[in-house]
Design a protein around this ligand. Sequence first.
Ligand code: ADP
Ligand code: ZN
Length: 604
Amino acid sequence: MNEVKSPKKPLIFYYVVVLIVLFLLNSLLVPYLASRQIQEVDYGTFMQMTEDGEIGEVEISDNEILFTDKDGTRIYKTGVMDDPNLTERLYASGATFSSEIVEEMSPLLSFFLYWILPILIFIGIGQLLSKRLMKNYSGGGNSMMFNMGKSSAKVYVKSADGIKFSDVAGEDEAKENLTEIVDYLHNPGKYKDIGASMPKGVLLVGPPGTGKTMLAKAVAGEANVPFFSMSGSEFVEMFVGMGASKVRDLFKQAKEKAPCIVFIDEIDAIGKKRDGQFGSNDEREQTLNQLLTEMDGFEGNNGVIILAATNRPDSLDPALTRPGRFDRRVPVELPDLKGREEILKVHAKKIKIADNVDFEKVARMASGASGAELANIVNEAALRAVRDGRACATQSDMEESIEVVIAGYQKKNAILTTKEKMVVSYHEIGHALVAAKQTNSAPVTKITIIPRTSGALGYTMQVDEGNHYLMNKEEIENKIATLTGGRAAEEVIFGSVTTGASNDIEQATKLARAMITQYGMSEKFDMVAMETVTNQYLGGDTSLACSAETQAQIDKDVVELVKRQHEKATQILIENRMKLDELAQYLYEKETITGEEFMKILNA
Ligand code: ADP
Ligand code: ZN
C-alpha cells in the first residue's frame, strides 16, 4: 500500500528559499565586481606600458598606483616607487590623470549591502522558523520540542493491492463478524435508517501471529477506506501528557478522513487495568483516559471504526471494554486442521511449488502452528528448494521446514557418541511405544534422532487427531504416561537416567497439576478451582489461590499422579521389551522413521 505522510512543508523548502535569495544577490553583485576586477602588476610592467604609451588613466596615491589600459577596460595596480620624473613621463605618454578610477560605492549602497541586507535575511529566516515552531506548539498541545507529541499514525491510502478477506485464510467466524462492519462502511444509510449504530470499537483477541493485523487491514481493504495504524506502545512516551496528545491527534486525523479504520495494535500497552498502585504509570493512564474520552466524544455513526488487537484481553481495563467503547470482541484463534491447510495454500501461491504437495498432510504435521508460523514454514520450504538448486518446493521441503520451524535446523556437525545415539533412540521409541500400546493406533507421524539447533537430540512428531475439544481423564493420564515413556525406556534398558527428559518432565507436571487444580479431576478437591489461568493466549500462566496447606497437598498429589503413570509406562515397556529393542535398533540405523514404518514393525 502507499504510505502518505501528513502534508507539511518540509524544512528543505525553507532552505531552498534562502538559497534562491542568496543566488539572486550573487548573480547581481558578481558581474559588477568582476567587470571592475583589479589586476596587480609589477612596477616594471607599469614603466614598460608608460614607455609604450599604453596607459589610459592613472591615479597616484600615497601607497599605490592605479591605472587603466588605453580602452579603459582593465584596471591595474602597482606599488609606489621613488621615481622622481614619473609624472613627466606619464604626461609625455599621453596618460590622463584621474582621481576616481575605482568609483567609491555610494555610501548609501554600501550601507545597504553591508548592514541592512544581512539583517533582513536573518529576520526572514527567524520569521520562517518561528512560524514552524508555533505550528508545532499549537498542533501538539503541550509538546516541548519539534514534532514531539505529533501523532505518527501512518495513513494507508486505499489502493488496489490492499489486503482483502480472501488473503486471510481460515478464521471464518472472525471474517463473518467483521463483514458487518465492511457493509456498514459501504452503506451507512441502511443502518442509520433503522436507528442502529455500529460498535465504535472492535477488539480482536487471540494468540500472536493468528492474523489480527491482517484482518484489520482486510476490513479497510474490503471497505476501500483509509487505514490508520498505530501500536499501543507508540503512544507511551517519556513525558507525561505526550501520549494523550498523540491520541488527540490521531482521532483528529481520523475524523477528517472518515469513513476510515483506526487500528491500534497491542492495545494492552496502554489499556492495562488502572490499579492505582504506587509507582503506576501516570503517562499510560493519561493516555488511556484520553482514548476513553475520544471514544465517548464522537457520535456512533460518524464512520470512524476503531479496531484494536491484543493477546491479553484479561488485562484490559474494564472501562475500555464496556458497551460504547470496545464492546465487540472478535476471537481470532489458532487455526484448526482445515484452517492450517488453507493458510498453507494461500501462502504457497506466492512461491513455486510442486503440484503433488499434500497440503493436508503438511497441515496435519504442523499441529498447533499459528498463521505466522505456517507462512514461515512455506517460506522456509522455498528457501530450502533454492539451497538445493530445485526449481520448485516439494513435499519433502515442506516437511523438513516444519521441523526447522518447530525444532530448529539440523545440527550437521553435532556428533553423538554411539552410546548417546542409542539412548536417544530408546528414549524416542519409548514415547511412541507407550502411546501406541495405550491407544492401539498410530501415535506418531515421524520419529527422528537427528539433533536440532533448538537443543533437541531427537523428537517425536505427534499425530494430530483432528479437532479435539474435550479430553477425558483417561486421555490426559495416558498423555502423561506417554511423556514419561522416554525416561522409562532409559531405565528399563540402561538402568540409569539422563538429562534428556527435562522437557517431558515439565510437560507431564503441568498436565498433572492442571488435572488437580483446574479440571477438578481429583477426588480430594472435587470441583474447587485452586488455580486460575491469567494468560490464556500467551502460554497460559496460572496463579494459585489456596492456602499453604492445600498447596502442599496439591504438590503431593501431583507427584503421586505422575509416579503412577510413570510406573504404568515402565510396565508397558517391560511387557514389550522385544519390540522396544527391535524398533530402537531400526531407528538407530535409519535415524528417521515414519509412523507407518513404526506401526508395521510393531504389528509384525
Ligand atoms: P497478529 O497481528 O495476530 O500477531 P499478523 O496479522 O501480524 O498477526 O500476522 C502475521 C503474518 O502471519 C501475516 O503477515 C501472514 O503472513 C501470516 N498469517 C497469519 N494468519 C494468517 C491467516 N489466517 N491467513 C494467511 N496468513 C496469515
Ligand atoms: Zn522425551
